[in-house]
Design a protein around this ligand. Structure first.
Ligand code: F1P
Length: 347
C-alpha cells in the first residue's frame, strides 16, 4: 500500500493537470465561498485545503461530509464553487451531493484519482491526482497526491488573485518541489525506528492523536489509518481541544501521538506535550529533524526534514501511515484488505 512512497511525485505532471481548474480561475477568485465535499480520508484532505485556501487565497471555505451535505438540505446558490475530493470518483454520497449542487447552478470542481470516473465526468473542471491504482483498501498514496494537488490549486489561485506576491509564490513552489527528496529521506532514515515503535505499542488498546493547524487534519488521518489497518481504537483531536475532554483519558497506558513539526504553533504544542507528560501519558512525537526540546520530552520520536508549514502535512502523514502499516503487520493483520472496508462506497 505504500507504492507511492517508493516512487516520486511528478510535479510537472501535476502542474499540467491543473489546466482544467485554471479555466475556471476567474469564477473561483470571485466566489464568495468554496464548499469542499468528500468522505473519509478525502475529507481530511479537504480540511487541509480549507486552511490552505483561506490562508493563501482569502476565500471562505466550508468543509462538509458528503453524507451530511447530501441529505440535510444545504443552501447552495448559483455561482457557488463546490470542490469534490475523491480517490475512486465513485463514492455515492459525494456523487449525489454534487448532482444536487449542480442542479442549483453551482460550479463543480473535482480532485479525483480515477480517470473517467463518475465524479470526474460530472465536474465542470478538475485535476486528476494520478496516484495510480491503490493496491490496499485504506487510502494512502491517494491522500498524499490529493494534498499535493490541493496545495498546487491553492498556490495557483492565490497567485492569480494576487493574495500572495511573486516571492511567496516562488518560495511555495520551491518548497513543493523539495517534497519528493524529503519523502525519500524519511524512508531512508526512519523505517527501522517506526517499525520498532510499532512493535512496542502494538498491544495498546487506545491511541490519541493530536496536532495543531495544518497538522490537525493529519492527526485525524493518523487515527483513521490506525483504526482501518489495525482495528485499534484511536481518536484524533486538535491539540488545544485536549483539555476539553480527552485529557481525562490520559494515563500511563495511553500512547499519545503528537504531530509536532516546527511551525507557528510549535511552542503551544510543546506545552500540550508537557501536559500529557505530567499525566504520565506515553508520548510518540513526529518532529522536525534536530528539535532537541521535543526529543527530550517524547518517549519515542520520528524525525522528518524541515519544511514550510504549508507543505509539512504531505510529509508528516507518512510516518503515521507507516506506523499503522507496521502495527498491522506486527499484529498479523491483512493491511491491504482490512475487514469490513470497501475500496469504494457506491451505495
Ligand atoms: C472515501 C473513502 C476512503 C476510504 C475507504 C472508503 O473514498 O472514505 O477514504 O479509504 O476506501 O471510502 P473516495 O471518495 O476518496 O474514493
Amino acid at each position: 500500500i505504500f507504492d507511492s512512497m517508493r516512487g516520486r511525485l511528478d510535479l510537472d505532471k501535476l502542474t499540467i493537470t491543473l489546466s482544467g481548474i485554471e479555466q475556471y480561475a476567474e469564477q473561483i477568485c470571485k466566489a464568495n465561498r468554496i464548499v469542499i465535499v468528500s468522505c473519509g480520508t478525502s475529507w481530511h484532505a479537504g480540511l487541509v485545503a480549507e486552511y490552505l485556501i483561506e490562508e493563501l487565497c482569502r476565500i471562505n471555505v466550508e468543509v462538509e461530509y458528503a453524507s451530511e451535505f447530501r441529505y440535510r438540505n444545504p443552501i447552495v446558490n448559483e455561482g457557488d464553487v463546490i470542490l469534490a475530493i475523491s480517490q475512486s470518483g465513485e463514492t455515492a454520497d459525494t456523487l449525489v451531493a454534487l448532482e444536487n449542487a449542480k442542479s442549483k447552478g453551482a460550479i463543480i470542481l473535482g480532485v479525483v484519482n480515477v480517470v473517467g470516473s463518475s465524479i470526474a465526468r460530472l465536474s465542470h473542471a478538475g485535476a486528476y491526482t494520478h496516484a495510480g491504482p491503490e493496491i490496499g483498501v485504506a487510502s494512502t498514496k491517494a491522500f498524499t497526491a490529493q494534498l499535493t494537488v490541493l496545495e498546487l490549486i491553492a498556490i495557483k489561485i492565490a497567485h492569480i488573485k494576487k493574495t500572495i506576491d511573486e516571492q511567496q509564490y516562488a518560495h511555495l513552489l520551491k518548497e513543493l518541489s523539495a517534497v519528493p527528496d524529503k519523502v525519500q529521506t524519511i524512508l531512508d532514515t526512519q523505517l527501522p525506528k517506526i517499525r520498532e515503535i510499532a512493535r512496542k505499542y502494538k498491544d495498546a488498546r487506545d491511541f490519541l492523536y493530536l496536532g495543531r493547524g495544518y497538522n490537525f487534519p493529519i492527526a485525524l488521518e493518523g487515527a483513521l489509518k490506525l483504526k482501518e489497518i489495525t482495528y485499534i481504537h484511536a481518536e484524533g483531536y486538535p491539540a488545544a481541544e485536549m483539555k476539553h475532554g480527552p485529557i481525562a483519558l490520559v494515563d500511563e497506558n495511553l500512547p499519545v501521538v503528537f504531530v509536532a513539526t516546527k511551525d507557528r504553533y510549535h511552542e503551544k504544542i510543546v506545552s500540550n506535550i508537557q501536559e500529557v507528560k505530567a499525566r504520565k501519558g506515553r508520548i510518540i512525537a513526529v518532529i522536525t529533524e534536530g528539535d532537541e526540546v521535543s526529543k527530550g520530552l517524547a518517549e519515542d520520536y520520528i524525525e522528518i526534514p524541515d519544511a514550510d508549514e504549508i507543505v509539512a502535512p504531505i510529509l508528516s502523514v507518512i510516518p503515521l501511515q507507516l506506523l499503522s502499516y507496521y502495527m498491522g503487520v506486527e499484529r498479523n493483520q491483512d493491511v491491504d484488505k482490512p475487514r469490513n472496508l470497501a475500496k469504494s462506497v457506491t451505495v
